[in-house]
Design a protein around this ligand. Sequence first.
Ligand code: F6P
Length: 359
Amino acid sequence: MKKIGIMTTGGDCSGLNTVIQRIMRGASLRGWQVWGILDGTDGLTVAPPAVIRLDDMLLPIENARLAGSFLHNGRVHALNFETAAESGKLKLFNKRLRESLKLLNFDALILIGGNGSLSLAWANRDIYRDLQLVCIPKTIDMDMPLTTRTIGFDTAVQQLTAYCDQLMLTARSHHRWFVVQAMGRDCGMLALYAGVAVGAAAVLIPEIKFDVDDLVKHIKNSATDYGIIIVSEGISLRGHSGKPADMIARKLTAAGIVNRTAFPEHTQRAGDTIASDRILATRFADCALNAIENGETYVMTALECDDVHTVALADFVAAGDCAYDPKVPELLTSNAYVSEQEPLLEVAYNMGIYIGMRR
Ligand code: F6P
């Protein structure tokens, strides 16, 4: 019988509970014991470690569709990698993780995390040397290399789309435009996908240069006097500061375009998990359990051309566009962005969505 641990780290997203529930189900069918670590790595820095035994009574199937993480994602003031790096307590943090894992004696640990958590796990891989480390990618930002989907992305696109759909109606009534600010950090994937789904007039993303005068012209030449402009939170405008949606809105107002701003914020991480995310969560859970059975370690589950398989964490780190985390100077994070080959870019251009300067 194997004893496995699960933890959810970084920001939450919809789909985490589905993957936890499916891991629990698949593991119990194999006769394995599953333990949930509370609050991500924080649960490993306290003594005794904060863990709970998982079974169908604790996370029943009907709750698997709910957003958030049943295991939580971490407290703000807890000792985690970021706070430890900031306060010079990295050695202590790593020591506590090591001690807790030794005490818990897991055969395997499934880490459900984003690019920060996975890059971090790889950088500190020695901590996990006595168990099998299998990672599952999740994030609404879709900024992880080597996988064409992360858990939570599709639901976030749906949430943002539904939010814009509502605004479209009031926009029409008042002959005005809404400038909606999408999450996504430095990656424009969420804004782009929702923009195409909504039929936005424009989508501004960090990866593509845009020109405000061209945007103004595009809006003024639009067939309608209302609509949605999606602005990714990662864009910048030289000589301007403040929230990106506000910067663009001010420019539109100055050009005589009537508009309002809207900030869906964390609603993009909420909402019942949609079917495609539940299916992905189930496939990733199955793949992670098979990987444990096959003796794999330091791997991540990935989707590519509708095939789910594992990739080496080393390859995940090598494949990304590595950047130093501003909050943790020691950590190189592996990032992915909207690439020039992204098929939705071409579709957006062809459908008359202003997206910036075509290369
Ligand atoms: O990485 C997920 C994400 O939702 C980003 O899109 C966003 O910039 C950030 O997290 C928000 O973080 P917080 O929950 O700390 O405000």
